[in-house]
Design a protein around this ligand. Structure first.
Ligand SMILES: *Cc1c(COP(=O)(O)O)cnc(C)c1O
Length: 449
């Protein structure tokens, strides 16, 4: 049984240390990331001894936690401008803590009635935002699994017998080459073979060109995948034009809105998702712009039955009497974490408007970065950003080398990506602590390097 005194003491230490860590990170007083070697880290954290012998106490836990936090990557740091992983808000962190203690794997109602009901209501809210009044959904551990689940539903629609008999040779999926790699993985996992993923024509920035969509007469198209927004550039496909093309031809329209769906909460940016209600399926990552920890993603379908058909289950989601409902029949996972709770608590604390204001702020900061860089000689910016993702180059030298040197002292952490076959630096403004001064300092630092 739990020693409650020990738990309370250790939990208190956790809160104190995390509070100090977040404050220090937000102030940008330390490096955004450390690059200590794993051998040295294992030594400093005392890993092998603790694994072999145990015996941690609140005091040794405090020391461990301090080192652990100081050697990690700080997503609250203003200089954290790398991956699209949320700088988590604290209500979501509380949900993770509650889940850790209660462990109600809510895929079946009786294993966690409260957690399952919270998931159900969060999904209903997301479905309303996307514009699927008769839709259904499920939360998954991440966008990659959500894409797989959505495409499985598309497969069930195109080839209802695929679950029993496998897929025919001529089945294909259409997507731009810029699609997230989880799409091509899903196509392979679903048994189509990677060559069944047919690239769509795009403009020079990787957006689907609606005027050059292919002639598919006589072809068996399982789905077309569009992005809102593309991972590399943060640019949006024209969902309305592509969605109408799909509707006219009866092609399943899948919108990968892992990053961009949260802009539905912003009056200023919701127009970027115009046409999303034409989709048959949509995915939405809460652990990107809804500020939950990893992982919490949603698969949403326009017709509720499509998700259940995906797994050839009976409609097990239906309420039966007043005893509850099970969402297990529409997910790849069996056991799940209490994913709905962290989305719910962020909503409950900040409200839709608060989360929308966060999106506005981050998108504006990225736009500001673009303006600041544009005004300086030597910076090349191939497009005006639509989200909080910006790609750019400085000078004509090796951009990867610039990134390596920036990361050496750890004040800034960026990524890089290829655009039109050319390596670009890439900034994603996730942390609320990133401001104009940070962005100016980054540009100064790049020039100095
Ligand atoms: C991040 C992302 C994914 C993958 O989501 P995970 O939650 O990391 O698995 C898929 N598609 C797009 C467009 C993304 O930005």
């Amino acid at each position: 049984m739990w020693n409650i005194e020990e738990f309370t003491e250790a939990a208190g230490i956790t809160v104190t240390e995390l509070a100090a860590y977040v404050v220090e990170s937000q102030r940008g007083e330390t490096a955004a990331l450390r690059r200590t070697s794993p051998r040295e880290l294992a030594e400093r954290l005392g890993l092998t001894d603790l694994i072999a012998k145990g015996g941690m106490t609140p005091d040794t836990y405090r020391d461990f936690l301090r080192t652990f936090l100081s050697e990690g990557t700080r997503l609250h740091h203003p200089g954290f401008l790398a991956h699209q992983t949320a700088s988590p808000d604290f209500p979501a962190a509380l949900a993770d803590f509650v889940h850790g203690a209660t462990n109600n794997p809510m895929a079946i109602y009786e294993m966690g009635a409260a957690a399952a009901t919270v998931e159900f209501e969060v999904l209903r809210w997301m479905l309303a935002k996307v514009g699927f009044p008769a839709g259904g959904g499920v939360l998954t551990h991440g966008g990659s699994l959500a894409n797989l689940t959505a495409l499985l539903a598309a497969r069930a629609r195109a080839v209802p017998d695929a679950w029993e008999d496998g897929v025919p040779d001529d089945l294909m999926v259409l997507a731009p080459p810029s699609a997230h790699y989880s799409i091509s993985r899903a196509v392979s996992i679903l048994g189509l073979g990677r060559r069944s993923l047919v690239p769509l024509e795009t403009d020079s920035l990787g957006r689907i060109d609606p005027a050059r969509l292919p002639d598919i007469s006589g072809k068996r198209v399982m789905a077309l995948v569009a992005a809102a927004c593309a991972t590399g550039t943060g640019l949006h496909d024209d969902l309305r034009a592509v969605g109408e093309w799909c509707a006219e031809r009866g092609v399943w329209f899948h919108v990968d809105a892992a990053h961009g769906a949260s802009a539905l909460l912003s009056d200023r940016h919701a127009h970027l998702l115009d046409g999303i209600a034409l989709a048959d399926s949509v995915i939405w990552d809460a652990h990107k712009m809804l500020r939950t920890s990893s992982l919490a993603a949603a698969v949403l379908v326009r017709r509720e039955g499509d998700l259940d058909a995906a797994f050839k289950q009976e409609a097990s989601y239906l309420f039966y009497g007043d005893q509850g409902f099970d969402l297990i029949g529409r997910a790849v996972e069996c056991t799940k974490a209490e994913l709905g709770l962290k989305i719910f608590l962020n909503l409950a604390w900040r409200g839709e408007r608060g989360l929308g204001a966060y999106v506005d702020r981050q998108y504006a900061a990225a736009h500001r970065f673009w303006e600041l860089a544009r005004d300086r000689p030597g910076f090349t910016l191939p497009y005006e950003p639509e989200s909080n993702i910006v790609c750019f180059r400085y000078g004509s030298g090796d951009q990867a080398e610039i990134r390596e040197r920036l990361m050496r002292d750890g004040a800034f952490y960026l990524t890089s990506t290829e655009l039109g076959g050319v390596r670009h630096l890439r900034v994603t403004v996730m942390a609320p602590a990133t401001d104009d001064a940070t962005l100016r300092a980054l540009l100064d630092e790049i020039e100095a390097l």
